[in-house]
Design a protein around this ligand. Structure first.
Ligand code: ADP
Length: 721
């Protein structure tokens, strides 16, 4: 069974091994035990029930609350070659009937169900007759009042299970780690002596940053500009803020969309799709966005405001880097956020008990923002996980980037001005006094007579406001809550004024690119986008970023090598492999790259990339040409040299492009029929022979790349030269 599981993982998903937590969870399920798995967002939960589903006889029912994403989820699984379907309220009665009929005849392995369906006795009656091997409850925390997404309909699950003629294996999956939620799940879905697996919540590829800077907008604009080609989410705490940031980014020509509860269903759906399909790069959203979005190439998550609790925060940043590539999470804190969150608790939480719990959680979030030690450790400890390090080397505390600068004198100027103004004012008025403004209000309060009037004239208005906001973020000044927050002095302010404490800030770290992609990666990304658009699927359905990255570093040149790349399984190879191989081969030839293929993926860094222009050694394409001259056929050469036909054809192209005029005796006819040749020539005459991809898109689907290449060499290459 275990071997079969690994085979299924390789065949369908193209992954070479299970993550360690997946191994134990899948073993437990395969040995017939009820199982509850707690894993962080992006940890790889779905495979844990999908692989057993493939190996068990009968159907696995997946209960999921994510109705709007069900179609996508199912399409994604189908694209891997697994038969799956779904039933939820978006289907008509007739469509539902059809799905149920197919279930009996079509060997469907996975059926996704919205929990609301279980409220209908008629529907349950239909489902009951199926041969159900596993019921997987996804987002299982939805059964718990204490979870943040409680769903009444989840309560029907246990009754449904009880009434089944034969009890299947029941499994639950969640990213919510608290003990009370866990207990609720076991009780509510009636897991029997379950094996419970809580995997590490550490997501090593996520860089966690907390920044306290006055100018959040400026920082965000800079950051997004610097990372223009990357996909990212910006979370804000209110709809108004979402609209505001969205507009600012639009004005700055950023490819951006938005998502919040104030938009119509239709607009939300469209915007979400634009983001998932890589039609736009940045999503500005409230926390209404993201549940179940499994777009794997989200490279950054910015929290423009501090979220209300660690659970929500961690779930939101978990949406970055699902493909395992380095990704950045940036929380931009300002104390106004605390006021907003308290307000949201006051208006949003009715039950007193719940309110107490919400305030407690908010406080933990505030403590996190002010924590001086390792931020990752703080979070993991919060989720009850011990860490064996104090320094994760991948959070803003541990990395301590940025020069330290002493701002004590400037801070004292600001603080003494606030002290002298005697009443509570907002930041802007303090800025006006410090800059010596002659506005009516300033004169009216006689602030022009203060010794601090105009002592910070050298600052411009925005920079000074940013500086004061930074002082607030670091607790050197307090905020007084009210309709318009005003600033007041705190204990810390007094210490600074008395010279007992220094104000030392880190220079704001210059915004950097998250990662530099190599040229081949960009070429493969463009190819993927084109293929995704043609197929009407999100690009990451084709291959995730990390698969492209590995291709771009290891240069697989034939089928066997491509299969070694993580994420390339049989079905994906059949659909897309040839085209990717074609592009990689072209690239390698065009750039004279000598590839020393190293079998193990761990060795990918060892691939040498050498330019051979100065070398006297026989060039790889010359070797092919010499073999042709010896009378060898293309297929034979490909076989002897362990290269694809495509590569051999590219060698011939290259030979002629170099200006060689000798006649080679090559038999191309085995690669195409006379009709195919005619069709290719027709298109090539119209569109030129520069882009093979374009020709491929225009000719009948059955015509292969090899055919196109051969026809072109035969008719446009050799003859013309
Ligand atoms: P979750 O549901 O826990 O948030 P997913 O099931 O969506 O996470 O998995 C997150 C990502 O990790 C997906 O892109 C998935 O394809 C990938 N993944 C899962 N298991 C493996 C594995 N064993 N090897 C490589 N990638 C994996």
């Amino acid at each position: 069974m275990v071997n079969k599981a690994l085979n299924a993982l390789q065949e369908y998903f193209g992954y070479k091994e299970f993550r360690s937590s997946q191994n134990s969870i899948i073993n437990s399920i395969l040995s017939g035990k009820d199982t509850l798995a707690v894993m962080p967002t992006g940890g790889g939960k779905s495979i844990c029930y999908q692989i057993p589903a493939l190996l068990f006889d009968g159907i696995t029912i997946v209960i999921s609350p994510l109705i709007s994403l069900m179609k996508d989820q199912v399409d994604n699984i189908k694209s891997l070659g697994i038969s799956a379907d779904y039933i939820n309220s978006s289907l008509t009665y007739k469509q539902t009937q059809e799905v149920i009929e197919n279930l009996n005849t079509d060997q469907i392995k996975l059926l996704y169900l919205a929990p609301e369906r279980l409220q209908s006795p008629e529907f349950c009656e239909l489902i009951r007759r199926l041969n159900i091997s596993q019921i997987a409850v996804d987002e299982a925390h939805c059964v718990s009042q204490w979870g943040h997404d409680f769903r009444t309909s989840y309560r029907y699950i246990s009754q449904f299970i009880r009434e089944l003629p034969k009890r299947p294996i029941i499994t639950g999956f969640t990213a919510t780690a608290t003990e009370e939620v866990r207990k609720d799940i076991v009780r509510s879905i009636e897991l029997k002596n379950p094996e419970i697996y809580i995997s590490s919540f550490d997501r090593e590829n996520l860089k966690i940053n907390v920044l306290k800077i006055g100018d959040r907008l400026g920082y965000t604009l800079n950051y997004v500009n610097e990372n223009k080609d990357q996909s990212g989410i910006i979370y804000v705490s209110t709809r108004k803020e979402a609209d505001n940031i969205y507009e600012k980014l639009t004005e700055n020509n950023i490819s951006v969309t938005r998502y919040h509860a104030g938009l119509s269903d239709k607009e939300r759906k469209k915007n979400q799709e634009d983001f998932v399909y890589d039609r736009v790069n940045v999503m500005v959203a409230t926390n209404a966005f993201g549940m179940g979005i499994d777009k794997s190439n989200v490279r950054f998550v910015i929290h423009y405001n501090m979220p209300k609790n660690i659970e929500g925060y961690y779930q939101e940043i978990g949406r970055a880097g699902r493909d395992g590539e380095l990704s950045e999470c940036i929380l931009l804190f300002a104390p106004q956020d605390i006021i907003t969150q308290k307000y949201l608790i006051e208006v949003g939480t009715q039950q007193p008990e719940r309110r107490v719990s919400d305030y407690k959680k908010l406080q933990t979030m505030i403590d996190f923002v002010h924590h001086n030690g390792c931020l990752r450790k703080y979070i993991l400890n919060y989720f009850g996980e011990e860490t064996d390090y104090d320094d994760c080397a991948n959070c803003s505390s541990c990395l301590s980037e940025g020069e330290l600068t002493d701002k004590t004198v400037e801070a004292q100027k600001v603080l003494s001005c606030i002290y002298r103004m005697k009443r509570d004012f907002g930041v802007n008025t303090i800025v006006d006094v410090l800059r010596g403004s002659a506005q009516k209000k300033i004169l009216q309060y006689k602030f022009n007579e203060l010794s601090t009037y105009g002592i910070m004239k050298n600052y411009n208005k925005k920079d000074l406001a940013d500086f004061i906001n930074t002082l607030i973020s670091h607790n050197f000044i307090a905020l007084k809550e009210g309709e318009y927050p005003t600033v007041i002095l705190s204990n810390n302010s007094m210490k600074v004024l008395k010279g007992q404490e220094k104000v030392v800030f880190k220079e704001v770290i210059k915004v950097k690119k998250i990662s530099e992609n190599n040229e081949l990666f960009e070429i493969l990304r463009t190819l993927r986008k084109q293929m995704a658009t043609d197929a009407g699927v999100p690009p990451y359905f084709i291959f995730p970023d990390n698969t492209l990255k590995e291709m771009s570093l290891r240069y697989p040149l034939n089928k066997e090598q491509l299969f070694e790349i993580s994420g390339v399984g049989q079905v994906k190879y059949d659909k897309y492999g040839e085209e990717f191989l074609g592009v990689i081969n072209d690239y390698v030839i065009k750039n004279n790259i000598e590839v020393n293929w190293i079998e193990k993926s761990e060795s990918k860094v060892k691939v040498t990339r050498t330019t051979k222009t100065t070398s006297n050694k026989e060039k790889t394409h010359e070797k092919t040409i010499n073999m042709i001259k010896e009378g060898k056929g293309i297929k034979e050469i490909a076989k002897t040299r362990s290269l694809t036909i495509n590569t051999i054809l590219s060698h011939i192209e290259k030979y002629f492009k170099e200006g060689n005029v000798d006649i080679l005796e090559i038999n191309f006819d085995e690669f195409f029929t006379a009709e195919e040749e005619k069709e290719i020539i027709l298109i090539a005459d119209e569109f030129g022979v520069e882009s093979i991809g374009l020709i491929k898109a225009k000719v009948s689907q059955k015509i292969s790349y090899d055919a196109i290449r051969s026809v072109i060499i035969k008719n446009y290459g050799i003859n013309k030269i």
